[in-house]
Design a protein around this ligand. Structure first.
Ligand code: KDO
Length: 331
């Protein structure tokens, strides 16, 4: 009797000892790499909403400021199994699939709500499928980055930007892919490719004349310390897709997949609301910092930018009828 009890106890103990590390090992690690800072609203939303929601079976492990993977290389890293997640742009996807440039085109998306309607519309299905089949990346949800504006070192008194002609000769930092550079040119500027993490120093030293990003980014990255004006061009209502490894997704149970999907949607929604609120409140903050914030001739910018895309190589890659469908989902 004593012996039996002891054996049982030993067995129970050894099972318990095995179970704990095994469970810990079973948790999937979801490394997420982004050039964004830890305090960026997309980062905050993923860490505070996505991470806890998947904690039952996964450990969310974010890497900020491009500390794990360089900007624009995240998709390749996911594809080759070196990364599980990122927040990717349409411009980055256009490096692999030209047709994604339609979502990177100036003045196409009209608002945060329009982005969501487009992402959830069946028109997106062939785009999502291609990324999944050919790159091994699932696009889970759409995150709102905000309205991109032109942010310059010169004050308004030194250079007033009312039309694209006023940006002639301005070395405008834009992210380093073709679709981004094309947009910079379409704005009338002289686009300069550069990684996000290098912008502050470049503005400080004057190696670029300006950059374009939404107001929450101008504040979060402290670009306002080294610039004097923001011309509210709203040239791109910008987005990032939550990108997830298809190989990892396929290993999840249907319940876990549903949890990941809900977590991504909830994080995107939380980040969107916070980013929208920040866009509103930060005008006053930036004015308080001494920056000139003003609206240029938006009609002139819209018409000029749109005219550059007509007949471009990008526009040739857009599947027939998709632009019309996107426009129809707008206000
Ligand atoms: C940028 O490099 O200007 C950009 O805003 C491009 C976006 O697609 C996104 O990658 C973003 O940087 C980073 O997440 C940093 O905010």
């Amino acid at each position: 009797m004593t012996l039996t009890m002891t054996r049982r106890m030993v067995l129970a103990l050894s099972v318990a000892a095995m179970a704990t590390p095994a469970l810990a090992q079973d948790k999937i690690t979801l490394r997420m790499s982004t050039p964004a800072s830890e305090t960026d609203q997309r980062s905050v939303a993923l860490a505070s909403v996505f991470g806890p929601a998947v904690a039952g079976f996964a450990t969310y492990e974010p890497y900020y400021n491009a500390s794990l993977i360089a900007q624009n290389s995240e998709l390749e890293a996911i594809s080759s199994g070196d990364l599980e997640m990122s927040i990717t742009s349409a411009q980055e996807l256009a490096q692999f699939f030209n047709e994604f440039s339609i979502f990177a085109t100036g003045y196409v998306h009209q608002s945060a709500a329009h982005q969501v309607a487009v992402f959830n519309d069946p028109l997106m299905d062939p785009f999502k499928k291609k990324v999944e089949d050919e790159l091994g990346v699932k696009l889970l949800s759409v995150m709102y980055l905000g309205r991109r504006h032109v942010n310059l070192r010169q004050s308004k008194a030194e250079r007033t930007v009312m039309t694209p002609a006023d940006l002639a000769g301005v070395n405008l930092r834009m992210p380093g892919t073709d679709a981004w550079q094309f947009l910079g040119k379409a704005l009338g500027a002289n686009p300069t490719p550069m990684a996000f993490t290098e912008i502050y120093t470049a503005l400080q030293t004057g190696s670029v004349d300006g950059q374009d990003n939404p107001l929450p980014t101008v504040v979060d990255a402290k670009f306002y310390e080294v610039t004097k004006q923001v011309a509210l061009t709203s040239h791109l209502v910008d987005l990032n897709y939550i990108a997830f490894s298809k190989a990892v997704w396929d290993k999840l149970t249907p319940e876990q997949q549903a949890t990941v999907q809900q977590a991504a949607d909830a994080a995107a929604e939380s980040g969107r609301q916070k980013q929208l609120a920040k866009e509103e409140e930060l005008v006053a903050f930036l004015q308080g910092q001494g920056l000139d914030i003003y609206e240029p001739d938006l009609k002139a910018f819209r018409e000029h930018v749109q005219a550059q895309y007509v007949g471009s190589e990008f526009a040739k890659s857009w599947p027939e009828g998709v632009l019309e469908k996107i426009n129809a989902l707008g206000n």
